[in-house]
Write a protein that binds this ligand. Structure first.
Ligand SMILES: Nc1ncnc2c1ncn2[C@@H]1O[C@H](COP(=O)(O)OP(=O)(O)OP(=O)(O)O)[C@@H](O)[C@H]1O
Length: 250
């Protein structure tokens, strides 16, 4: 069982603190947490602080995972200038966190992830010759083959068509449950967050406003305060919550 908690976490860009005093409930194996908030709220900055790419006060407390492959981070910018094929890049990603010998298990694991993400047909294409959505899928594969205990994904579906968005988010949730991962996903699509997340964490101006059950966190009041929109949360005929936007609030 893996557990993650952020305690009074802050993050600097240069000398300025852009994220401040983020303390979360304990997140546990199998959970998917959607990290939401307006542009420039600090979602990517928070992820970079959790991975150790940025410095700042506070603690990232992880229990039940070896430091070596505790966290895998998929950045927002998935552009690549390495002269590698898709398959080479995924294999390299797997080997970065393990010994350099390639086992049958490694090859099977990579095949399974690539098949699940439907990128086997482009396995031998150069990274530089992919569409934005294809690059994003490859980047997800690179993060997953490291078999992390905690996965941080920064807007992993922003370039994907609707079918692939649902496929990827469904797959991530299954992976979280079956492998016991904790998955944090920064995402702008609040309906996808409501559909896939166990918890929603809201950030505004570098501060965490709430972290908890999606139904309790994503409310008309929160949408007005944080996003400056008039919206309703309504249940569809299947009983799922949806955000219906009526317009901007000033
Ligand atoms: N390298 C950097 N140097 C200085 N400031 C930065 C740097 N990167 C980000 N910032 C600033 O930090 C703040 C938070 O940015 P961040 O990228 O974390 O927001 P975000 O919530 O991920 O936004 P978006 O939804 O637009 O991707 C912004 O004010 C941004 O200008």
């Amino acid at each position: 069982m893996v557990a993650l908690q952020l305690q009074s976490l802050g993050a600097y860009h240069g000398r300025k603190l852009f994220v401040e005093d983020v303390t979360t409930p304990i997140m546990r194996s199998g959970e998917v947490v959607a990290v939401i908030g307006p542009n420039a709220a600090g979602k990517s900055t928070l992820f970079k602080r959790i991975t150790g790419l940025l410095k700042g006060p506070g603690n990232v407390v992880i229990e039940g995972a070896e430091a070596k492959n505790a966290i895998s981070y998929m950045p927002q910018d998935t552009s690549a200038n390495a002269v590698l094929t898709v398959y080479e890049s995924v294999l390299l990603a797997r080997k970065q966190s393990q010994s350099w010998a390639v086992s049958d298990h490694d090859l099977r694991f990579i095949d399974d992830i690539m098949k699940a993400l439907n990128i086997t047909p482009i396995a031998f294409r150069d990274l530089g010759a992919l569409s934005g959505g294809q690059r994003q899928l490859v980047s997800i594969a690179q993060a997953l083959v490291r078999e992390p205990a905690i996965m941080l994904m920064d807007e992993p579906t922003s370039a994907l068509d609707l079918h692939r968005q649902v496929e990827v988010l469904d797959f991530m949730r299954r992976q979280a449950r079956t492998l016991g991962m904790i998955v944090l996903i920064a995402i702008h699509d609040l309906n996808q967050a409501l559909r896939f997340a166990d918890k929603v964490l809201v950030i505004r101006n570098g501060r965490m406003l709430a972290c908890g059950n999606p139904r309790e966190v994503v409310t008309a009041d929160m949408l007005r305060d944080v996003y400056k929109i008039h919206a309703r949360i309504e249940q569809c005929s299947m009983g799922h919550d949806h955000v219906i936007v009526d317009g901007t609030a000033h």
